[in-house]
Design a protein around this ligand. Structure first.
Ligand code: DX5
Ligand code: ZN
Length: 216
């Protein structure tokens, strides 16, 4: 069964608590929280105070996706604010700082993840494979919800799964962007174990059925 992580980027921000409880009641697995800095990606979303407020109203695992430059500056604060999984982009800093940030996240008892933009090759993740618990493959350009799924990312997913099976089999693969009931089976067939889904979750007529369908 795949894990389903609704992305609250597509939630109703003035009714966020209601939408979070709705995610719980629809038996999703995690809540995906997108953090943007207006620099690494051309958009803003949630920050530290929002994450703390979300943590206060739910016990669900919080899967925090940092789309920020030089995440090492903030990882301790995001773990302290309530992240259970904290994912950083490998394009966002030097190799040395990325390694340090991953180690720091794990040293605080949080699961560490790396994310790859569509233009980043599977081989570029190689130096970090043993240092992470999750790899998030972007299937759209990061920054905005509601974009079209990039099916051409599937070979990258397969390549990462096969390398992880050799060096870190416990590390899980997640996909983010354009995931819906049509594209989720493609992701799962190519090795995805976590499905992040924003617009399609919030647009679903029956969200509980949608979650169940994706979990498969
Ligand atoms: C995009 C974010 C995604 C976004 C996905 O930068 O990382 O998590 O919310 O939204 P959909 O599912 O609408 O593509
Ligand atoms: Zn995301």
């Amino acid at each position: 069964m795949a894990k389903v992580a609704p992305s609250i980027l597509a939630a109703d921000f003035v009714n966020l608590e209601r939408d979070i409880h709705d995610i719980e009641q629809n038996h999703a697995d995690w809540i995906h929280v997108d953090v943007m800095d207006g620099s690494f990606v051309p958009n803003f979303s949630f920050g530290l105070p929002a994450l703390k407020a979300i943590r206060d109203v739910t016990d669900m695992p919080l899967d925090v996706h940092l789309m920020i430059e030089r995440p090492i500056r903030y990882v301790e604060r995001f773990v302290a604010a309530g992240a259970d999984w904290l994912t950083i982009h490998i394009e966002a800093d030097s190799h040395e700082n990325t390694v340090k940030a991953l180690k720091l996240i794990r040293s605080m008892g949080c699961k560490a993840g790396i994310s790859l933009k569509p233009g980043t090759k599977a081989e570029e993740a190689e130096p970090y494979l043993a240092l992470c618990d999750l790899i998030l493959v972007m299937t759209v350009q990061p920054g905005f919800g509601g974009q079209k799924f990039k099916e051409d990312m599937m070979p990258k997913l397969r390549a990462l799964r096969s390398r992880l099976d050799e060096v870190n089999p416990g590390c899980i693969l997640s996909v983010d962007g354009g995931v819906d009931r049509n594209t989720a089976p493609i992701c799962k067939a190519n090795g995805a174990e976590v499905l992040v889904t924003g617009s399609a979750y919030f647009k679903a007529a029956d969200r509980a059925e949608y979650v169940c369908n994706l979990q498969g």
